[in-house]
Design a protein around this ligand. Structure first.
Ligand code: MN
Length: 233
């Protein structure tokens, strides 16, 4: 096969303790999965069905990435999240079998142009531009479920220059991983390489150029990024 120009590169994440990398297919994200965060966003923390949004696969950056402050915002926010890495595809997966489809887990940061999100929401427009921008999906090394099991509790924190801003427990998630995978797979067929950001706890807030940002999940790992001055595209 010849192409008009070189095809886009495979986007892949390191797997802790392995030379093999995890090739990324799609990125799904759950909105509002911790009651305290739902409240701080002005929403209802009741157990409504979770909603999903997506980011493009090439929004993924690795642990250690330097991220220029993005355009179209003056309120770039951090959201620490447990990221589920899918290893086996399927459609309409029953909740009891959902964990069989999980390859592993990582700590991730759902970077968000919060001011833009609020403006879009107020106009009833799609969120894409607030969530799906370049380098908006930092993800740490993936730990396999074979190695760490399926964490349902454990401290999830986010620190900016060492100061902890988000600090909750995976046990506080409204929708658990098996429920999320089952529900997602009823909407679209999931496939190996999919990543699912599972929502953020309370304490989201703004980042500035120069900030060093670390999301950490007990028993899973961490992801550190540095925010640079903007304008580099
Ligand atoms: Mn999020």
């Amino acid at each position: 096969m010849r192409y008009a120009f070189p095809p886009p590169p495979v986007i892949a994440l390191p797997i802790a303790g392995s030379e093999v990398r995890f090739p990324v297919r799609r990125i799904f994200c759950v909105g509002r999965n911790y009651a305290a965060h739902a409240r701080e966003m002005g929403g209802d923390p009741d157990r409504e069905p979770p909603f999903f949004f997506t980011k493009p696969r090439d929004a993924v950056v690795e642990d250690g990435a330097e991220i220029p402050y993005p355009p179209l915002t003056r309120a770039l926010h951090h959201e620490a999240e447990l990221v589920v890495a899918i290893g086996h595809g399927g459609f309409a997966i029953p909740e009891e079998r959902a964990l069989e489809h999980v390859f592993g887990y990582a700590a991730g940061i759902d970077l968000t142009r919060r001011d833009l999100q609020r403006a879009l929401r107020a106009k009833g427009r799609p969120w894409d531009w607030a969530k799906a921008f370049d380098r908006s999906a930092p993800v740490g090394p993936i730990r396999t479920a074979k190695e760490i099991g399926h964490p349902s509790r454990g401290r999830i924190t986010l620190a900016v220059d060492g100061e902890v801003r988000q600090d909750q427990d995976l046990a506080d998630m409204i929708w658990r991983v098996p429920e999320i995978v089952a529900l997602l797979s009823r909407a679209v067929r999931i496939a190996p390489g999919d990543l699912v950001f599972t929502g953020t706890p309370a304490g989201v807030g703004p980042l500035a150029p120069g900030d060093r940002v670390t999301a950490r999940i007990e028993g899973v790992g961490s992801c550190t990024i540095r925010i640079l001055a903007g304008g580099e595209g």
